[in-house]
Design a protein around this ligand. Structure first.
Ligand code: NAD
Length: 268
């Protein structure tokens, strides 16, 4: 089996990366950064987000597993002390796979040209570079509302515990193939009106966002921000691709939610 390890880059993550690399090679696993079967991340959720984007062209061939060297992560859920146990589990293959849905965002521009397609593991957000965002929201081809405010966040189920949660969105179990649209500070008064609640769309419903006028938009895809000029539309839907996580033990989603947000101490 071929493997790669991505580290956050700090001293302790780099140290653990080298230790695991040597250990896995002793078990006859092959180091291959270009075409790994498994990618181990050492750091936090951000490290796994980077690794996802590095290998998103081969999601059907690469599985991910994350070790956290800081606080418990949603994607990085192995402890550094468990690294040796993880190596032994990896060497034993085959392992179980858990698949999580992704978000596909397609950006089209007023002057035509090639559309830009992005995949997100957590979310995509839409904001203006300057001033309020004024954008028509269409769902399944029908106009739903005109949004005015700071922006919109369209998240995946596993991203629902990230930015979406801070916006008052619901936490969605990753077995539900869906996307969620959450508002950022919408303007609501006697003139302007939006739904005000987060919306959850199933796999077969597409959301189309159409800016009312040509402005520069700041679009984020997970940790990355890209400015797009003269955007005609932003199409969001559940992607056909999925991310695959290697599972070696049960760590149910709701336990992860509780341990991250509710439990007073999670490592006791
Ligand atoms: P970062 O260093 O700012 O860390 C953001 C935090 O979000 C970290 O604590 C990380 O563990 C956590 N996180 C990331 N994905 C998560 C998930 N799926 N569930 C629960 N927590 C999660 O940035 P980063 O590490 O590069 O991560 C980028 C992410 O930060 C974005 O995808 C976005 O979700 C999140 N973010 C959150 C807010 C907010 O909560 N107000 C604002 C901007 C970005």
């Amino acid at each position: 089996m071929k493997f790669a390890i991505r580290s956050r880059g700090d001293q302790s993550s780099n140290g653990l990366k080298m230790k695991m690399k040597n250990y896995l090679q002793e078990f006859d696993l092959i180091w291959d950064e270009e075409e790994p079967d498994i990618v181990i991340t050492v750091g936090g959720d951000g490290t796994l987000l980077y690794a996802f984007h590095r290998y998103k062209h081969r999601l059907d061939k690469t599985a991910f597993v994350g070790i956290h060297t800081g606080h418990l992560g949603f994607y990085a859920d192995w402890l550094p002390e468990e690294a040796e146990k993880l190596v032994i589990e990896l060497a034993k293959t085959p392992y179980q796979i858990a698949e999580y849905p992704l978000l596909e965002t397609i950006i089209r521009h007023i002057d035509g040209g090639k559309e830009v397609v992005y995949l997100a593991l957590n979310e995509s957000t839409v904001k203006t570079v300057d001033g309020s965002l004024v954008i028509d929201v269409e769902i399944k081809g029908e106009r739903f509302e005109t949004f005015r405010g700071d922006g919109l966040c369209i998240s995946t189920p596993s991203g629902s515990t990230a930015y979406n949660k801070a916006l008052g969105g619901a936490i969605i179990h990753p077995s539900l193939e869906s996307i969620q649209i959450a508002e950022m500070a919408s303007i609501n008064n006697r003139v302007f009106r939006t739904i005000g609640s987060p919306l959850i769309l199933p796999k077969h419903h597409t959301c189309m966002l159409k800016p009312k006028e040509a402005t520069d938009l700041k679009i984020t895809i997970d940790h990355k921000t890209i400015v797009h000029k003269d955007v005609k539309s932003i199409q969001c839907r559940v992607a056909n691709e999925k991310i695959r996580f290697a599972r070696f033990r049960p760590f149910p989603f709701w336990k992860r939610v509780r341990d991250s947000f509710v439990a007073e101490t999670w490592e006791s």
